[in-house]
Design a protein around this ligand. Structure first.
Ligand code: HPA
Length: 278
């Protein structure tokens, strides 16, 4: 483990956040992916802490990622949410990509909710669809747990049920209640930042990927190593290269996810409301 982004650094960041926001133990930590940051604005009694004020957090560079940690209440529950995240394609190590989840854990969150924008590979996944992540493929060849084991981490975390079955059922039940269509599938993590070639998309399809993106997996691996329960959701922003017949543009990714964000926000609010209080 890169100690710079380990447990002690997370505890220091959590101290600063608690001092600024007087945080109550969050029921859940949520990372808001590209175009999905609007949920941060729905958090009640909120304190927004820019990334630059949090020790260990670098400044965010990606368009569509606001770069603030937000604490407050959603559906009456204490939450901590990250509008923006750190990606490997920015030159960050995977340990930094996962660092905010260590901070959420240090604040007391024991459930982690990941969200992202992704390219749809499976033919029934259309732009604007929400996909509950039921499993992932780590195709980057890197792992955020590489190195000395952090105190409290599982050295060899089981990943056979990385995305908690009960939480997936709860998400589906909440979607049904809201009459919101949701799909389910496998998310493949590639490093980016270039989008996939057509041949890569054909390969991903053969490997069992339903959607592809450039984030989420390092956070989920670290969350599992710390024993957190994990749920994840992809907003399908576009058909992955070669399926749609049109080029993939980051501006389109943002536009589509921002349109799908209302359904996403309603679903996450319902889901958080249904979680047991701490
Ligand atoms: N590929 C990889 N990541 C993405 C895509 C894509 O097509 N769309 C949004 N994020």
């Amino acid at each position: 483990m890169n100690a710079q982004y380990g447990r002690d650094a997370a505890a220091r960041a959590a101290d600063v956040i608690r001092r600024k926001a007087g945080v109550q133990e969050p029921v859940i930590g949520i990372v808001l992916g590209s175009g999905l940051g609007g949920l941060a604005g729905e958090i009640d009694d909120s304190t927004h802490i820019p990334f630059r004020e949090i020790p260990g957090f670098p400044t965010v560079t990606v368009v569509g990622h606001a770069g603030a940690l937000v604490v407050g209440k959603l559906a009456g529950k204490n939450v901590v949410a990250l509008a923006g995240r750190f990606h490997m394609y920015e030159g960050h190590p995977p340990q930094l990509a996962a660092f905010p989840v260590r901070v959420m854990h240090a604040l007391g969150a024991r459930t982690y909710f990941a969200s992202n924008a992704a390219g749809g590979i499976r033919r029934d996944l259309d732009a604007g669809d929400l996909m509950i992540i039921d499993d992932h493929l780590n195709l980057t060849g890197v792992n955020p747990l590489t190195g000395p084991v952090e105190e409290g981490d599982e050295r060899f975390p089981d990943m056979s049920a990385a995305y908690d079955e009960e939480l997936r059922h709860l998400l589906k039940a909440c979607a049904k209640k809201l009459d919101l269509p949701v799909k389910e599938g496998v998310y493949a993590w590639l490093p980016g930042p270039s989008f996939e070639t057509k041949a890569e998309v054909r390969m991903l399809e053969k490997l069992g990927a339903d959607a592809v993106g450039m984030s989420t997996v390092p956070e989920v691996i670290v969350a599992r190593a710390m024993g957190m329960r994990v749920a994840g959701m992809s907003c399908i922003a576009n058909a992955a290269s070669g399926i749609g017949g049109t080029p993939v543009l980051h501006s389109d990714v943002l536009e589509v996810t921002e349109r799908a964000a209302l359904g996403f926000q309603a679903l996450v609010r319902e889901f958080v409301g249904a979680l047991p209080a701490k």
